[in-house]
Design a protein around this ligand. Structure first.
Ligand SMILES: N[C@@H](CCC(=O)N[C@@H](CS)C(=O)NCC(=O)O)C(=O)O
Length: 293
């Protein structure tokens, strides 16, 4: 190991607030709300509370794909939850997601509001509600859910493991970077082998499994995640993942879904809140920016 700071764990761990690095002001070892704050409610059946991270994008891509198919019941208000400001710990958000993480949503189309949290559960909920992007054939459905749950288990090794130690940890340490780089490359090889014989992850159809996997692994291939990680991990070697990444990137609903609740990057790639399909119109965005200035 090249790390020169050796940590000797005490007998019992205690919370050292000052030692939390980049996320010190939001991460904490206790759940529950830190402050009272109701969530806003807009005019559409679905109220989404989120941020344009890969986990957030899964759901906005799904909603935009549903709308593109003509499912008007998927109209939604997307409200911004700024996790770096601690919005996920407001009482209203915690009531929708006791785990205090984006994305979360409330379906208000029925007699009683239904809350849904965890991006994978949200994708399945929407797929079942609208009968889209989750095959009904038993075998194709099993394959889709298998890959969806693969993503839910795999991505924390990419984000919380590799991304954290490669890009965010206050010191670069060889042991965790090595361990998680190896795991992420193994995952990319899993996907590459699968996509060698299949157009999409679950087979011949585009499904919620692609929508879950693409923002993470497609994003990694596009060089959008964790600084120089695309070079570090030689992602272009995974030719079938490259092909699939570009194929999904070309979908207009994916372009729209990536913009929603996005607060970084080129201003033209950001739509902080979405309340109407017309919000994607650049003239509307200019008007909003003008009104806010
Ligand atoms: N398993 C969850 C993970 C969600 C998650 O990790 N969200 C992050 C942003 S991508 C978050 O809200 N972090 C805020 C925090 O940890 O306080 C899901 O897929 O919905």
């Amino acid at each position: 190991m090249t790390d020169d700071i050796e940590y000797a764990p005490p007998k019992v761990w205690t919370w050292d607030k000052a030692n939390g690095g980049r996320f010190a002001n939001i991460n904490r070892p206790i759940a529950g709300p830190t402050h009272e704050k109701e969530l806003p409610v807009g005019k559409h059946p679905i109220q989404l509370y989120s941020l344009g991270t890969p986990n957030g994008q899964k759901v906005t891509i799904m909603l935009e794909e549903l709308l593109a198919l003509g499912h008007n019941g998927a109209e939604y208000d997307a409200w911004l939850i700024k996790i770096s400001d601690g919005d996920q710990f407001g009482s209203g958000f915690v009531a929708v997601n006791p785990n205090s993480k984006i994305p979360a949503m409330v379906d208000r189309s029925g007699p009683k509001p239904i809350r849904v949290f965890e991006s994978g559960a949200m994708l399945v909920y929407l797929a079942e509600k609208f009968g889209a992007f989750l095959p009904t054939d038993v075998s194709a459905r099993a394959e889709t859910l298998s890959w969806l749950f693969w993503q839910m288990g795999a991505a924390p090794f990419l984000g919380g493991g590799f991304g954290h130690f490669y890009a965010y940890a206050p010191t670069k340490q060889e042991y965790p970077i090595n361990r998680y780089a190896m795991e992420v490359k193994r995952q990319l090889d899993v996907l590459d082998r699968r996509l060698a014989d299949n157009a999409f992850v679950a087979g011949s159809e585009y499904t919620i499994a692609d929508m879950a996997i693409w923002p993470w692994y497609g994003g990694l291939l596009k060089g959008w995640l964790y600084g120089e990680s695309a070079t570090f991990l030689s992602v272009r070697d995974y030719k079938n993942v490259v092909r699939w990444t570009e194929q999904i990137f070309a979908r207009p609903a994916v372009t729209r879904g990536r913009k929603v609740n996005r607060i970084s990057g080129d201003p033209s790639s950001q739509l902080h809140e979405r309340h109407d399909a017309g919000d994607f119109d650049t003239r509307t965005q200019d008007k909003i920016a003008g009104a806010q200035a």
